[in-house]
Design a protein around this ligand. Sequence first.
Ligand code: SAM
Ligand code: SF4
Length: 328
Amino acid sequence: MPLIDKFNREINYIRLSVTDRCDFRCVYCMAEDMTFVPRAQLLSLEELTTVARCFTELGVTKIRVTGGEPLIRKDIGLLFEQLGQLPGLKELNLSSNGSRLDQYAKTLADAGVNRINVSLDSLKPERFRALTRTGDLTQVLAGIQAAKAEGFKRIKLNVVIMKNRNADEVLDLVNYALENELDISFIEEMPLGSITEHDRKEEFCSSAELRAIILEQHALQPLEDESAGPSRYWNIAGHDSRIGFISPHSENFCSSCNRVRLTAEGLLLLCLGNEHSVDLKAILRKHPGNDQMLKDAIVASMDIKPERHYFNHDDEPQIVRFMNATGG
Ligand code: SAM
Ligand code: SF4
C-alpha cells in the first residue's frame, strides 16, 4: 500500500536532514550566532538508515540527504553506502553547499548517489563570502567540477534570489549553468526562522520578474512537468540545461506535494511551511528494532499532512525553525 494523504497525494519522497550544523551561515538560512542541537540528540547513522528503510518498504522511491551541510557529518560516506543499498530505492540525491564536494565526489559516486544539488548564490567571491558569511567560492566551484569529473549528470545549482543582493547576477548565473551543462533553479526566499541582515519583504523578487530578466538574453521555453515537485522548468534552445523556478510565494505548488522531511533530531515534518510533525526518534529509542511501530506511525502521519502552506510577507515568520533545522 503506497503512502497516501488525506488530499490523495502519494508520498514517494523523503528528505533526510543528517545534521543541523553547517560550515556556512547563509544570511537567509541562519543567524550569525547559532545554537545547534547537541550531538546525542541527533539520530545516529543506524537510526537514519532504519527510518529510510521503513520509508522504502512503504513505497518511497526517492531520498534526498540534506541538512545543514551533510558533508560535514562524520562518517557520512558510510550512510550513503547504506542508503545506496536499500531495495526499492530509485533515486538517492544530495543537497550540499559544495564546500567539501571535491573531497567527497568519488565516495558519493561509489555509493550510487544519482544527483547532486549545490547552492550557489553568487559568482563574485566577495559577495559569495558576504552571503554565506564564511564560504569560499573557489572551493565550491572546484567541488562542482569534481562532481562533473566523477560523471555526475544533471548537477543542479540552487540560487536563493534577493532583489538587492544578487538579483543582478541572474543572467551570469544562467550563463555559468549553460557553459558548464548544469541545471539551475531560482528560489524565492521563504520566511523560515527570524533573520536580521535584511528585510525579506524588501528583498522579494518573484520568479516572473526573473524570467523577464532572462528573456532579455535567452528565449525561454516552458518544459512539460516531468516530476511532481516545486520547480517549474524551462529550457533554452540549443542547451540541455533546465532552468527552474521554485516559487513558494507566487506560484503555489502544494497540490502536487509528494514529500515529507525528517529533521536531524528525528522529527517527521509533514510540511515545510507548517508545524505538523511526529516524533520518530521517540519511537526509535523507546522501541529499538521494532520497525512495525515505526511504520505504523509513518502511515498514521499521512492523516495530519496539511493541504498547503501559507507564506505571508506582512507577518513575522510563523515558522520559527530555520531551514537548516527543517532540512531544506
Ligand atoms: N547546506 C545545503 C545547501 O545549502 O544546499 C543543504 C541544506 S540547505 C538548508 C537546502 C536549500 O535550502 C539550499 O538551496 C538553500 O539555499 C535553501 N534555503 C535555506 N534557507 C532558505 C530560505 N529561507 N528560503 C529559501 N530557501 C532557503
Ligand atoms: Fe548551510 Fe545550506 Fe543553510 Fe547555507 S543554506 S547556511 S549552506 S545549510
